[in-house]
Design a protein around this ligand. Structure first.
Ligand code: GTP
Ligand code: MG
Length: 446
């Protein structure tokens, strides 16, 4: 990819919209803009003022395509630090495709996904974690995801990682000094000094990782509704979602496959999974369904074991009560009917509701919301960053081991590996391959 040419793309989402924006960045941006956009009430030779919107017409060799507004933002005061032109037109896809084609005809090249942001990164305007935050923000599907993206965009992740990298530099320098100048400080003494410092850095990074909170933000809370057939799992799923997501019938064994729906609790996405009623069966389809139910149960962050309050406890209910993990709560459903259920003593949380009475579902929501609490020590949330942090911790642990064994010179390589892993997060140390991998996940025009 050439980083000195001029790129162009439609920056707005595909489809019809009130307005659509063409974005151009690079040395030819202004020339192309002047060539295609005729300002109303101004002579062509009159200079364009930077960062000021002009009203006019997009034209192609004298033929008017659309009316709109345009602006030139001369570098370095622009998103990419290059000259950037933006043309706002009516947001029809044909108009925008034509407008883009005209800009390409005048010498621009179609931008690759994320190429504008990549240029901002290469120009040193933003670090890699902040560039990724732009995409995370665009993709945010809930309050907590959005909050994490804003924190990352404002440099929270970068600051955390750079502080760790600085501590690591100091450790590396200390270690190098005692290897290079053994007359000033013995290797033994020097190494002994490093042990608590490396240990502290490891715990700082470990704290920042907070796997559970990160996964909650990225993937949401996985909640599985379990129970024998006909207790009202699908009815509860529908009632919690407020929509008729799953089929409900009085016939036991109605649900055969996993059915999922999403809701939002405390700003966290909650993915509810309704399962096939658990029972011994020889019926092949249902058998697979029961297998899938077991798998969903194993992967869940929280489980609700549904029981039918209008019937006495059955063997299947009892077996599930015994086999489900400790964190599974019991939900006694059908409280609108005369109650006939007696349950054995249990340490589990027991909730009561009726799927037919939406106002009775409050306790279930309150119970689940407890699982959505996030750690305030969490520093990184994106999978790529978590992976790099984990590798840094691993390398530091290896270094600690070597230093403890009084062979500090061998620790240097591990410390360097840790330093490189941290550098991948901010982009202080990256290769073209990693950059391409990161930016290819962006939208075109961003
Ligand atoms: N009165 C009453 N009936 C309910 C309630 N919840 C579910 N039902 C009824 O119980 C029957 C079974 O409901 P489903 O939601 O299909 O039960 P399920 O657990 O998904 O059953 P399977 O898919 O067969 O495992 C249906 O006739 C529902 O209308 C409730 O709270 N009160
Ligand atoms: Mg069902």
């Amino acid at each position: 990819m050439n980083h000195n040419d001029t790129i162009a793309a439609i920056a707005t989402a595909p489809g019809e919209g009130g307005i659509g924006i063409i974005r151009i960045s690079g040395p030819e941006a202004e020339t192309i803009l002047k060539n295609v956009f005729i300002r109303s009430g101004k002579r062509p030779e009159e200079a364009w003022e930077s960062h000021r919107m002009a009203y006019g017409y997009l034209t192609d060799h004298g033929r008017t395509l659309d009316e709109g507004m345009a602006v030139i933002m001369r570098g370095p005061r622009s998103y990419t630090r290059e000259d950037v032109a933006e043309i706002q037109l009516h947001g029809g896809s044909w108009v925008l495709q034509q407008a883009l084609a005209i800009c390409l005809d005048r010498g621009a090249r179609l931008a690759e996904p994320g190429e504008f942001t990549k240029r901002a990164f290469l120009a040193g305007r933003i670090d890699l974690a902040r560039a990724e935050a732009v995409m995370a923000l665009i993709r945010a599907r809930g309050e907590q995801q959005h909050r994490a993206a804003v924190r990352q965009m404002q440099g929270g992740v970068t600051a955390f990682v750079r502080r760790a990298a600085d501590d690591l530099y100091a450790i590396q320098a200390g270690l190098a000094a005692c290897i290079d100048y053994p007359e000033e400080i013995s290797e033994e003494e020097g190494a002994a000094e490093m042990i608590p410092r490396i240990g502290k850095l490891i715990s700082t990074l470990r704290e920042g990782i907070q796997e559970r909170s990160s996964r909650l933000i990225q993937e949401g809370l996985r909640v599985t509704l379990a129970g024998r057939p006909n207790v009202g799992k699908s009815s509860l799923l529908n009632a919690l979602l407020g929509e008729e997501r799953a089929i409900v019938t009085p016939i036991p064994g109605t649900t055969r496959d996993l059915i999922q729906g999403e809701m939002n609790l405390g700003g966290i996405r909650v993915v509810l999974t309704d399962t096939a009623g658990m029972r011994e069966t020889e019926e092949p389809v249902e058998k697979i369904g029961v297998e899938r139910s077991r798998k969903a149960l194993a992967e869940a962050d929280a489980t609700l074991l549904i029981l039918d309050g209008s019937e006495p406890l059955r063997t299947e209910d009892r077996e599930l009560m015994e086999s489900l993990p400790e964190n599974a709560a019991i939900v006694i459903n059908k409280t609108d009917l005369p109650q006939a259920l007696q349950i054995p003593e249990t340490k589990r949380t027991v909730l009561r509701c009726s799927a037919k009475q939406p106002e009775s579902l409050g306790p279930i929501r309150e119970y689940l919301i407890r699982f959505t609490a996030l750690s305030d020590r969490m520093a990184v949330t994106q999978p790529r960053h978590l992976d790099a942090m984990r590798r840094a911790v691993q390398a530091l642990e290896a270094a600690l081991e070597t230093v403890r064994e009084r062979t500090p010179d061998l620790a240097a390589t591990d410390l360097q590996t840790a330093q490189e892993a941290l550098g991948e997060i901010t982009g202080d140390r990256v290769d073209e391959k990693l950059l391409d991998a990161v930016f290819s996940q962006f939208c075109v025009g961003k």
